[in-house]
Structure formats: C-alpha cells, structure tokens
Design a protein around this ligand. Structure first.
Ligand code: NAD
Length: 469
C-alpha cells in the first residue's frame, strides 16, 4: 500500500496497517499551507512569551490533564494508525501527559546566572529561539511529538509539528487539546504534509529558528545540510543498531526473557531496538535455548487485544524492505545464506505482518548485522571476553542505545563507559524516561531530548553586562 502522495494539493490516505482499512483521507499541505502555519506561529510568539511563567505552566498542566482525560481515545487512534498494540499505545499516551507535566514544572526553573566580573554586573538569560519545527517519524508519533512540544513550549517557543505523512492523527488531536486547554492559537501548529514538500519547506524557511528532527539517518543528513543555508539550529535523533550484550555471569533467564521486548517491541520499529545480541561464548547454547523459548512466547496479533505484544509493521511497503535482509545469498560480502534460527508466529490474513525473526549465529559483516532494519529481526553474535564485546558493540556507525547484562557491577560500569552510545542500561533494556536525557552519538545524531537537558536544546544563552562604573 502506498499511503502517501506528495506535492502541493495532494491528498493522503491514512491506513490501518493491521487491517488495510482506510481510516481517513486528508489534504496534504503544500508549501503555501506550510508557510501559513509558520506565519501563525511567528505571530503567536510574542503572545506566548507575554504569558506569565506561572500561567504558562498552568496552561501546560491543563494541556497535560486534557491528554489524560482523552487518553483512551488517543491510544485507540495511535493503535489504529500505527498498528501498535493497545497496551503500548496506552503507555505512550501516558508518557505524553507525563512529559507535559514535567516541562510545565520546568517553566520557571530554567534560570540564568550572575557571573563574577570586573567593573559591573554580568547576568545571563535563557531565551527562546522562536519558531521550532518538530519533524516527527511514524513509529512513536504522539510520544516523540511531545518530547519536542513540551520543552519547546515551556521555554517560550512556538512549535510547528510535522508528523509523518503515514501517522498524522494523534498530532492533530494534540493540537486540538492544547487549544481546548487555553494555549493561544498559533502556539502549537500541525502541518500534515509530505517530507520532501512540507518538511523540506520548514527546514529552509527563514522564519523557522530551529528544526528538532527525529527520523532516519539518511533524511537527517539532508535536513542538516539544508539547515546550513539559514544557519538553523538543528537537533537530530536518528537511527540505531544497538547491542544487547549478555555476559556468561548474567542472569540468563532474565536476559532471555527480556530480549524479545528489547528488539521486537513496536515490531522492531524502534530506534533503540537491541537488534544485535552479543552473547559470551561459554553460555551460547544455554542462552540460545532460552531465547528460542522466549521468542516462541512472544505474542503477535490483533493490536486491539490488550494481551498482544507485537502488531504488524506500519505499512505493507515495509514488509518487502524488512524481508530483503534475509534469504539465500544475503550474507554479504560472503554471499552466504541468512537463514533464521527462530521465526515466531504471525496472524494470517490482511495486514502488514512480519514474524519475529532471529538469525544466529550471524557474521558481523553481514548487512543484516550492520544496517538498521526497522523490523522484528535480530542477529545473535558470539564474543570472547570484555574487550571483544566492546569491539563488536562499537563496530557500527550508530551510537544510540545498548544493554549490558552481567552480575559483576564493576564490569557493568566499565562496559557502560566503553560502549559508544548515548543511552545504556544495565540488566534492563529500557532507554527512555521522561526525567532523563535521551539522544545519540555518532550517526545516531546529536542533541538531547527529555530530562532537564532538553531545555538547553530550545534556548540560547544571552549574556548582559551592566557597568557599575
Ligand atoms: P524518515 O526519516 O523517513 O521521516 C521522518 C520525518 O521526516 C517524517 O515526518 C518525514 O515526512 C520527514 N521528512 C522526510 N523527508 C524529509 C525532508 N527532505 N525534509 C524534511 N523532512 C523530511 O523516518 P521514518 O521512516 O518516519 O522513521 C524511522 C526512522 O526514524 C528510523 O531510522 C528510526 O531509527 C528513526 N527514529 C529515531 C529516533 C530517535 O530518537 N533517535 C526515534 C524514532 C525513530
């Protein structure tokens, strides 16, 4: 199914990927509509900045409460549009509200300094940037939009969200809920348009001060290059090929039990997916036995069933892309056969289904072991000792996330420092928390979202010297 058309005046068919059913048809914004949204956002800037800090905080809290009150509706919308299990959508919408509450609390706490200098008084202000374009992917549409909306609005910016053309529905509802909460018109705009038209226009627009981009490394590269023309601020949250490192001394049952969620969660369409499992050789056989059992237990099916752990891919186009990593002759450069060791179940019938798939052992040079697949495919690679684990974990152009499973606390810390990634977890596969910073290293991007660190990404320090002579 090719859901999105591009270009000014086009229309977009928004599809439920679990059923193939048409959810809604929307007009696509072209350059003109995008410019109009930016103009409204520019106009709303002084209005938003004139709102007293405590009142801005109140409005964001009311917005958060509105999300909580409409949580089930938003969760169902996300599940229908993305195909993700309803349990996941409920968690993600709860996170949207938590993000808004968190940054509501930060509105009047992002303070400047007074700096000791000769001849006068020196002070700093953390000033908003202006209009922020938030360009968002389809895998966590509402949650990732909120990671940008929360800190940007809290610090006095106005925001134009461009959701993925595949998944615009929750962003549109969030805009309505912001208005209903009393956030002034224009402060939060949503432009539903294609990447190459509406997205590219936001990146080149002279009145947009910053682009907060989450998406693929390939598109991130073009965004960064295009932003150079207007010296736009850019933060990039891009792809990953994260390692899940299991040492022989780990709680193997726990590591194997957690592994499917770490890589097959959101049908593998997760930038933090632990898609390279590195297993220390002495426990290879035992871990693979346990992993086979846990993959077999992983429940794939109807996303509206609260027990479902994995739904379909976001579109049927993606099935072919994910499938292209597997099969005979796909073990390049050697050209060997990439034959899965475990393949889970998928429902029959329509929908963009792809089974959970584990390739073990995989050669680290194979494409399946090197590229971000963005589907439910994991490779397992053996290693010999800590040094080898670090070498393999860092043998990638990405640096987003990773896990270390061991009972040796000192080793856990050594590994956490040695693995070149922005977010590491020990004896856990969790990467994202509202209170802590999130972001990549190397070609996984730069800039930090979430936590108090995100406030710096939406403000600039102004320095003022007042002579007392
Ligand atoms: P994508 O790069 O194709 O699209 C992301 C967004 O960019 C969409 O809104 C799209 O319309 C827009 N876009 C496309 N072309 C553009 C252009 N020329 N100019 C401006 N905007 C443009 O990514 P996707 O397929 O939607 O999402 C999957 C990717 O996102 C994966 O690579 C994944 O790893 C990454 N991702 C990263 C994070 C993170 O935080 N690091 C989180 C989620 C997803």
């Amino acid at each position: 199914m090719s859901e999105a058309s591009t270009g000014t005046g086009g229309r977009m068919r928004v599809i439920n990927p679990a059923t193939g059913e048409l959810l809604v048809e929307l007009p696509l914004a072209g350059t003109e509509e995008t410019d109009e949204a930016v103009a409204r956002s520019v106009e709303a800037g002084p209005v938003w900045r004139a709102v007293a800090p405590a009142d801005r905080a109140r409005l964001l809290r009311r917005f958060a409460t509105g999300v909580e009150e409409h949580a089930e509706e938003l969760a169902r919308l996300e599940t229908a549009n993305v195909g993700k299990p309803i349990a996941d959508s409920r968690d993600e919408i709860a996170m949207v509200a938590e993000v808004l509450h968190f940054y509501a609390g930060a509105v009047d706490k992002h303070r400047g300094d007074t700096v000791p200098v000769a001849g006068g008084v020196d002070l700093t202000f953390h000033e908003p940037l202006g209009v922020v374009a938030a360009i968002v992917p389809w895998n966590f549409p509402a949650a990732i939009a909120s990671w940008k909306i929360g800190p940007a609005l809290a610090t006095g910016n106005t925001v134009v969200v461009k959701p993925s053309e595949l998944t615009p529905l929750t962003a549109l509802r969030l805009r309505d809920l912001a208005l209903e909460a009393g956030v002034p018109p224009g402060v939060l705009e949503v432009v539903v348009g294609s990447g190459p038209v509406a997205g590219a226009r936001l990146v080149e627009h002279p009145d947009v001060a910053k682009v907060a981009f989450t998406g693929s490394t390939a598109v991130g590269r073009t965004v960064m290059a295009a932003a150079a023309a207007t010296i736009k601020r850019v933060t990039l949250e891009l792809g990953g090929k994260s390692a899940n490192i299991v040492f022989a001394d780990a709680d193997l049952e726990r590591a194997a039990d957690a592994a499917p969620a770490g890589v097959f969660g959101n049908a593998g369409q997760d930038c933090c997916a632990r898609s390279r499992m590195l297993v220390e050789r002495p426990v290879w056989d035992r871990f693979l036995d346990l992993l086979g059992d846990s993959v077999a237990r992983w429940r794939v099916g109807d996303p509206t069933d609260p027990r479902t752990q994995m739904g379909p891919l976001v579109s049927t186009d993606r099935q072919a892309v994910v499938g292209s990593f597997l099969g005979s002759g796909m073990g390049d450069p050697g050209g060997g056969d990439v034959v899965p060791r475990f393949v889970g179940q998928v429902p029959a019938g329509p929908g963009a289904w792809f089974p959970p798939t584990v390739v073990a052992p995989a050669d680290p040079t194979w494409r399946v072991a090197r590229e971000e697949i963005f589907g439910p495919v994991a490779v397992v690679i053996p290693f010999d000792g800590e040094e080898d684990a670090v070498r393999l974990a860092n043998d990638t152009t990405y640096g987003l996330a990773g896990s270390i499973w061991t009972r040796d606390g000192a080793r856990a810390l050594r590994m956490a420092r040695a693995v070149d990634a922005g977010n590491l977890s020990v004896n856990s596969n969790g990467s994202v928390r509202v209170q802590t910073s999130f972001g990549g290293r190397r070609q996984s991007g730069f800039g930090r979202e979430l936590g108090l660190e995100a406030l710096a990404a939406y403000t600039e320090v102004k320095n003022v010297f007042v002579s007392t002579a």
